[in-house]
Design a protein around this ligand. Structure first.
Ligand SMILES: C[S@@+](CC[C@H](N)C(=O)[O-])C[C@H]1O[C@@H](n2cnc3c(N)ncnc32)[C@H](O)[C@@H]1O
Length: 252
């Protein structure tokens, strides 16, 4: 996977942090150790520290740029470069926000990740793989001349709350799953393009840029026009509907 751009990702911090705050609010008890899988640029440790100031937190991420940014911004936390699917950290709380959808076959990995938690395994994933933003990304990327460079854009489907419940509800565990659809109100020019360029569209844009920066610019023009039509701007801003799925599995 192409590396991430922490600065681009840190736009819309408030909108992107809110689901994590709501996930953390549902975690019971007082973990002494926490592992944050796919921790990103480290800004969400503030949420963990506000809730459990004495916990030892370890962030794991596969992106060198994200880990570098996290270490610089948050020296009080241990940040480790690694793949969350093979990482072997254990902790009272194993938590992951907006990262598992990037791991192929993440559904089959869930009980392995839960078993690394002495108390609680909690995660949030986006449930918007069929939202207009992602459908349009796949459609525009399938056009010439982009398709020859990026290939088919993967539909990173996550499961519904009921499936996550079914997978995690093993003997000895209590499981809470739910979904929330946010209506983020974005501002400025092409806000949905800016939002998705830092996340779902990032591998596509990176691949085009590596081939030819002009090709990326051309793609952004086409994709941006399609997004403006799908997400019209109003006098009060541009609403972006965004579904997210949550799970908290706790040892009984
Ligand atoms: C959308 S960001 C989420 C970052 C942070 N958790 C947050 O909520 O702001 C997704 C993160 O998952 C990381 N990631 C994706 N696949 C990964 C993997 N297999 N192992 C570790 N990290 C991964 C990416 O590098 C990226 O930092």
């Amino acid at each position: 996977m192409a590396d991430w751009d922490p600065s681009a990702y840190l736009q819309y911090t408030d909108e992107r942090s809110r689901p994590f705050t709501e996930l953390v609010a549902r975690v019971p008890g007082t973990p002494a150790t926490i592992v944050d899988l796919g921790c990103g640029p480290g800004h969400l440790t503030a949420v963990l520290r506000a809730r459990w100031p004495d916990a030892h937190v370890t962030g794991v991420d596969a992106s060198p740029a994200m880990i570098e940014r996290a270490r610089a911004a948050d020296p009080g936390t241990e940040y480790v470069l690694g793949d969350l699917s093979t990482d072997d950290h254990t902790a009272d709380l194993v938590i992951s926000n907006a990262a598992l959808q990037w791991v192929p076959g993440h559904r089959d990995l869930l009980t392995t990740l839960a078993d690394r938690a002495a108390q609680t395994f909690a995660f949030q994933v986006p449930g918007n793989h069929d939202a207009p933003s992602h459908v349009l990304l796949r459609e525009v990327a399938a056009r010439d001349p982009y398709a020859g460079v990026v290939g088919p854009v993967e539909r990173r489907a996550t499961a519904d709350p009921a499936e996550y419940l079914d997978r995690l509800a093993r003997p000895g565990w209590t499981v809470d799953t739910w979904e929330t659809t946010y209506t983020h109100l974005l501002h400025g020019p092409d806000p949905v393009l800016r939002w998705i360029s830092a996340t779902g569209a990032q591998p596509t844009l990176r691949a085009l840029e590596v081939m030819d920066p002009a090709l990326r610019a051309r793609f952004e023009d086409e994709f941006g026009a399609a997004l403006r039509e799908a997400y019209p701007e109003h006098s009060y801003g541009t609403p972006l509907t965004f579904r997210r799925v949550f799970a908290v599995a706790t040892r009984a």
